[in-house]
Design a protein around this ligand. Structure first.
Ligand SMILES: Nc1nc2c(c(=O)[nH]1)N[C@H]1C(S)=C(S)[C@@H](COP(=O)(O)OP(=O)(O)OC[C@H]3O[C@@H](n4cnc5c(=O)[nH]c(N)nc54)[C@H](O)[C@@H]3O)O[C@H]1N2
Ligand SMILES: Nc1nc2c(c(=O)[nH]1)N[C@H]1C(S)=C(S)[C@@H](COP(=O)(O)OP(=O)(O)OC[C@H]3O[C@@H](n4cnc5c(=O)[nH]c(N)nc54)[C@H](O)[C@@H]3O)O[C@H]1N2
Ligand code: SF4
Ligand SMILES: [Mo]
Length: 920
């Protein structure tokens, strides 16, 4: 779809929704992806969102969007949406469409029955950092306030809980002290376990700008992989996985030795330094270099830059997702405290949040160990305060189950019913096999999701369809503590309901059923929920008692704290050196290096790392519906170093089995110099919706940090074995049938290797790639041909050479190639993909289709992956131009790549460095 022409910009009050002419409306809201929290302006016509652009007035992005945010309007088709409530009465029956009353009364009856028979801890809620603050608030109150269980945990346990624990252990409260503007004011950016170029792209644009303006700015990146972020750095510390604590202790050791610490700050504002000194004494550069697998000189260099400051640390899952994630966080915060680099411009430990409202979830205390307003469940006074605010006798003291524990308890039957909202645990939890068996054996699984194309959907007894981006009202908080309004641009599609409405409706029904007075859930709108939440923050570190929807409407997004009487929020915290601890002093934490849960051994010689792709979002229920977003990384692959490939006689594109004691994964190999020898990388996004098997989480350990309970989703040890799967098939089909992908999906499991995805622009095409030990049953292929509409009588060219095992089918409709099915050698697939993108049925295609040859006609060039998705510029075009001596500016001028959203800029720079004239 082409973006529609834009109406003239308005001079009206900037933060209010603006209407231009009757059919077209502009609505200010936020991007629903990452924690940068970019403001967007949605253009809609009636029920349809037709365009999106960055909000120039939003402080997080000043009008910018990344490749995901800029394509949000193209992801609003309804094909993959959950639009109606569904229910099944028993596991062997399919789900039927039912009305809301039937669905909710069913869940109420089942919950009430289980609670009355087995007690409130037999039910659980597993929710999400992608819910809005108001949604989150009512879920939390439903569990802890009405039902009386603390079994409410969220996917933030897989994401931010080590950051929370790290902040609390050192600074006394869960508050990121810095803000985005610090990027422009710092002299040393210390980026640890964060691939900002991919995961927080608009922030990375600010980093590029800051570096351009201030060449003295040093960027240090700590990441085992040579990511685009790492390649941008002045210094890349490619540590061995899991060794961050040793590195941070080593940096402190050097800074102590070099006299780079702020002893006055340590004396006046901290406690515990003497003990920490004891710990870091042994972390000499030599010892740290050995543990981390890096050079001593680099450790000393990093320490000097960090010590000189001002230093801003940006960190994310490389620190949090670890069995000692809390220590990794605290050891880094120690460095800021010891150098006094906190509370001043350009400095501070800044944990980047992943999900758009990870922060909001923490604010309302929507986790098994937290309570509203950054309170602790373990604290009796906090429990009493919340009980009073809610007007109930008490909040239960028994701690709830955290994510991993919750699914374990579901498996043993201790928890009988689970309500999952806005997350897809059948894809994103570690060690998936037991998780799936838990879902399989649960008495009741309720799934509240906006989409149907998720792994968890198959396990749901009840589906409650939710509104999503562009359809919801409420607020979210981004990484820098900034609260923004989320606004509804178009009416609810189908019978979808807002998440908070579903919870409130359910709660009122449950109150009646349990014979309780109908008082706890009286909310006419999200504003009334926000106002109650606001009350819980009064006098707390995140105090927003001065904030209101009205202020957000008229003055735009605001940072917390925002106390009563204030005219604005606070950009930085702890400027006064007073912390939220009993003594008012920050606490150094003695962090000791402990390594990873799984350690490579002779049978599992590889470190396997996981992380994100630039253009996909988690389980891909939204991004996976848009062909364009597959162009940068088209199919699941494992990245492997050339030395390992050579040693094991593996070629690019070979299929391997990756295995450990928990499970296996059959996947294609891609040679990569981003990983070191003995290191592999697999993106977290691909699951059973896109490939045979469960994806990488079949292999990941559920071992977690004992403090934060966050599992080690970043690392495991595996073996790799090359597979011989000689029977191969590639299918490509223009996507003019909305349900084709869903129809083909169940076939993936029938092959030894299979992947399913999209490609191209506009509606694009579907691509199915299959490999199998021997030729599969003919009926399977016949079924597939039927789904594709590539059967006898269809307008297609067909060639079957049984002896060679080659079968070709080319579907030609209105002089366009709209379908390809190749069996046998699939060498021509890349060329035919390009033919399909361009559409035209040519003589070359006709000749090839009727010849018993597999290879494409000579002289055909493939484009390679699309690096610039906005302007459709491919890697091969960029490399060719680089080889003619182009620098970044010339590339941008000639090919226009990197001139729109800028998400590809780090990669362009890397290609210039790799292939440019001066670099050979
Ligand atoms: N495109 C895109 N952006 C996203 C998301 C998405 O799905 N897609 N998801 C959002 C969410 S919820 C989150 S939490 C963030 C995550 O954002 P990031 O944490 O930046 O992303 P990841 O790729 O998961 O992991 C970051 C890096 O950690 C490295 N790493 C692995 N082990 C270690 C280690 O032991 N030490 C160190 N120092 N590094 C290690 C990996 O190599 C990887 O490059 O992204 C957010 N943004
Ligand atoms: N191996 C490995 N595993 C990981 C990670 C990793 O780095 N490596 N990262 C972990 C991290 S940090 C995270 S955050 C998790 C993310 O894992 P998940 O939370 O499972 O990821 P999503 O696919 O974003 O799930 C969000 C779900 O909410 C639905 N949805 C979207 N909008 C709405 C809405 O408005 N309302 C409702 N009710 N539903 C909606 C979507 O369709 C989708 O099914 O994965 C974790 N798992
Ligand atoms: S950086 Fe991209 S994904 Fe993140 S909020 Fe901004 S536009 Fe959305
Ligand atoms: Mo996350």
């Amino acid at each position: 779809m082409q973006p529609s022409p834009r109406p003239p910009t308005s001079s009206a009050v900037s933060t209010a929704p603006v209407t231009f002419y009757p059919t077209r409306k502009e609505t200010r809201s936020t991007c629903c992806y990452c924690g940068v929290g970019c403001g967007v302006i949605i253009t809609s016509e009636g029920k349809q969102i037709v365009d999106v652009k960055g909000d120039p007035e939003h402080p997080a992005n000043a009008g910018r969007l990344c490749s995901k945010g800029a394509t949000l309007h193209l992801t609003t088709k309804l094909d993959a949406r959950a639009l109606y409530p569904e229910r099944r009465l028993s596991r062997d029956l399919p789900r039927d469409r039912v009305d809301w009353d039937t669905a909710l009364d069913h869940v109420v009856d089942r919950f009430a029955d289980i609670i009355q028979t087995h007690g409130p801890d037999a039910v659980a809620f597993y929710i999400s950092g992608q819910l809005l603050t108001e949604d989150y608030y009512v879920f939390n109150k439903l569990a802890k306030g009405l039902i009386g269980t603390n079994n409410v945990d969220t996917n933030s346990r897989l994401c931010m809980s080590s950051a929370v624990a790290g902040y609390k252990a050192t600074l006394g409260a869960d508050a990121p002290p810095a803000c985005y503007e610090d990027i422009e004011q710092t002299n040393c950016l210390f980026i640890a376990g964060s691939n900002t170029a991919f995961a927080h792209p608009v922030l990375f644009r600010r980093i590029e700008d800051a570096k351009a303006k201030n060449p003295a700015l040093k960027v240090v990146v700590v990441d085992p992989r040579r990511t685009d972020t790492a390649q941008f750095a002045d210094l890349h510390l490619a540590i061995l996985p899991g060794t961050d604590v040793a590195l941070f202790n080593g940096l402190l050791h050097v800074m102590l030795w070099e006299g780079l610490l702020d002893m006055a700050y340590i004396r006046h504002h901290t406690e515990g330094f003497e003990a920490l000194k004891e710990t870091v004494r042994e972390y000499t550069p030599k010892m740290v270099a050995d543990i981390c697998g890096i050079g001593e000189k680099d450790i000393i260099q990093a320490a000097k830059w960090f010590g000189a400051g001002p230093t801003l640390s940006l960190y994310c899952m490389g620190l949090n997702q670890s069995i000692h994630g809390t220590e990794k966080n605290a050891a880094l915060i120690n460095l800021h405290l010891a150098t006094g680099q906190i509370g001043i411009p350009g400095a501070g430990p800044f944990s980047l949040t992943g999900q758009p409202n990870a922060m909001g979830g923490r604010e309302v205390g929507g986790m098994a160990n937290l309570l509203s307003g950054h309170r602790d469940l373990a604290n009796a006074a906090h429990r009493a305060e919340v009980a009073q605010l809610w007007g109930i006798p008490e909040v239960p003291a028994q701690p709830g189950k955290t994510a991993v524990e919750m699914f374990e308890a579901l498996k043993t039957g201790e928890i009988k019913a689970i309500w999952i909202a806005c997350t897809n645990p059948a894809h994103s939890m570690p060690d998936l096999n037991p998780v799936l068996s838990a879902l399989q054996h649960a008495e009741l699984v309720v799934l509240q999701d906006a989409f149907n194309n998720t792994e968890s959907n198959a396990y749901a007894d009840v589906v409650l369809p939710a509104t999503t981006w562009g359809e919801k009202e409420g607020t979210v908080t981004n990484s820098e503590r900034r609260i923004t309004r989320v606004r509804q641009a178009v009416p609810n599609p189908g019978e979808t309901r807002h998440d908070w409405e579903t919870v409130v409706d359910f709660a009122q029904r449950l109150e009646r059923k349990l014979g309780k007075a109908n008082l706890l859930f009286q909310y006419p709108d999200t504003e009334s929920i926000f106002n109650e939440h606001r009350e819980t923050t009064r006098e707390r570190d995140l105090d927003i008692s001065g904030l209101s929807y009205h202020i957000l409407e008229t003055q735009g997004p605001q940072q917390w704290p925002f106390k009563a009487g204030a005219t604005q929020g606070q950009a930085r915290l702890y400027g006064d050196g007073v912390f939220q601890t009993a003594s008012g002093k920050a606490q150094f934490m003695r962090a000791v290096y402990k390594g990873t849960a799984d350690k490579p051994d002779a049978r599992h010689p590889f470190h396997l790392l996981t992380g994100r792709l630039r253009d996909q979002w988690h389980g891909m229920s939204r991004t996976g519906t848009l062909a364009q977003l597959y162009q940068h990384a088209e199919e699941p692959v494992v990245s492997m170093h050339a030395d390992d490939m050579q040693r094991r006689q593996i070629k690019n594109g070979d299929i391997v089995n990756i295995r450990n004691k928990r499970g296996n994964l059959v996947i294609k190999v891609q040679q990569s110099n981003e990983v070191k020898p003995a290191e592999l990388f697999i993106p977290m996004h691909w699951g059973s919706q896109h490939m045979q098997g469960l994806g990488v989480n079949a292999l990941m350990p559920s071992a977690f940090d004992k403090n934060s309970k966050q599992p080690e989703l970043k690392h495991t040890a595996v073996n790799v074995e090359k597979l011989q799967l000689p029977w191969q098939m590639t299918v490509m089909r223009k996507c003019n049938q909305p349900h084709l992908m869903a129809d083909i999906r169940p076939m993936l499991a029938k092959f030894d290797y299979a992947t399913l995805g999209l490609y191209g622009r506009g509606d694009g095409m579907l691509i199915l790639r299959v490999a199998h030990k021997t030729a599969p049953d003919a009926s399977l292929i016949a079924t597939l041909d039927g789904l594709l509409g590539m059967v006898e009588g269809a307008p297609m060219l067909q060639l079957d050479d049984v002896k060679r095992g080659i079968s070709k089918r080319i579907l030609v409709e209105a002089a366009q190639v709209t379908g390809v099915r190749l069996i046998g050698e699939t060498l021509a697939a890349e060329w035919l993909k390009q033919v399909m993108v361009e559409g035209a049925f040519t003589d070359a295609v006709r000749k090839w289709a009727l010849a018993p040859l597999a290879a494409p006609p000579t002289g055909q060039k493939t484009r390679g992956k699309i690096v610039c998705n906005c302007l459709d510029v491919s890697e091969n075009e960029i490399i060719d131009t680089c080889q003619m001596g182009a620098d970044l500016a010339t590339l941008q001028a000639k090919l226009k790549c990197g001139t729109s959203c800028g998400s590809c800029k780090p990669e362009l720079l890397r290609l210039v460095n790799q292939y440019g004239k001066n670099h050979g």
